[in-house]
Design a protein around this ligand. Structure first.
Ligand SMILES: [Zn+2]
Length: 163
């Protein structure tokens, strides 16, 4: 049965960018479980899964417009260094959490560390990048009615509730 919208697909993936591994679910016990057709993963990867079969292994190169979008100018902001007092050794290139005024946090990339301020880039780390995925599809099933209502997958068998 080819993979289609409203199915939950379980798959392992390895993400490489610029010839370097960014992350890999193969190294963890748990694959990713994704409800297809509801924008839960980047469009390029979702499109590549549709029509495949369980057991398929494939590679796909996802351009920025089907990934995390283009890099935007004007996203580098200067933040007082004290905001990062929880980060032990602050260095350019690090991905660090920045607390937002309205609550919550955002992951930003450190551009430059000064004496009292830090320049950070608020672009998503993978914005503007071509993402090379290696994928192995492990399982696929119809989504439960609860998953359809929530518009996301509830684990391998659909029973993993969440808070
Ligand atoms: Zn849910």
């Amino acid at each position: 049965m080819p993979i289609a919208e409203n199915q939950v697909v379980s798959f392992h993936y390895r993400l490489n960018e610029g010839g370097r591994q960014v992350e890999s679910s193969f190294d963890r016990n748990e694959p990713l479980h994704v409800l297809i057709g509801h924008g839960n993963i980047i469009p390029g990867l979702e499109q590549a899964l549709v029509g495949r079969e369980v057991g398929d292994r494939f590679s796909v190169s996802v351009p920025p417009e089907l990934g995390y979008g283009p890099r935007q100018e004007g996203m580098v902001v200067r933040v007082p260094k004290k905001y990062f007092s929880h980060v032990p050794r602050l260095e350019a290139g690090m991905l660090v959490p920045l607390a937002l005024k309205g609550g919550g946090q955002e992951w930003v990339t450190v551009v430059k560390v000064g004496m009292t301020a830090v320049d950070v880039d608020r672009n998503p780390p993978m914005a503007g990048k071509i993402l090379d995925f290696e994928v192995e599809i492990l399982a696929a099933r119809e989504a439960s009615s609860e998953e359809m209502a929530h518009r996301h997958a509830h684990g391998a068998d659909g029973t993993h509730a969440h808070g």
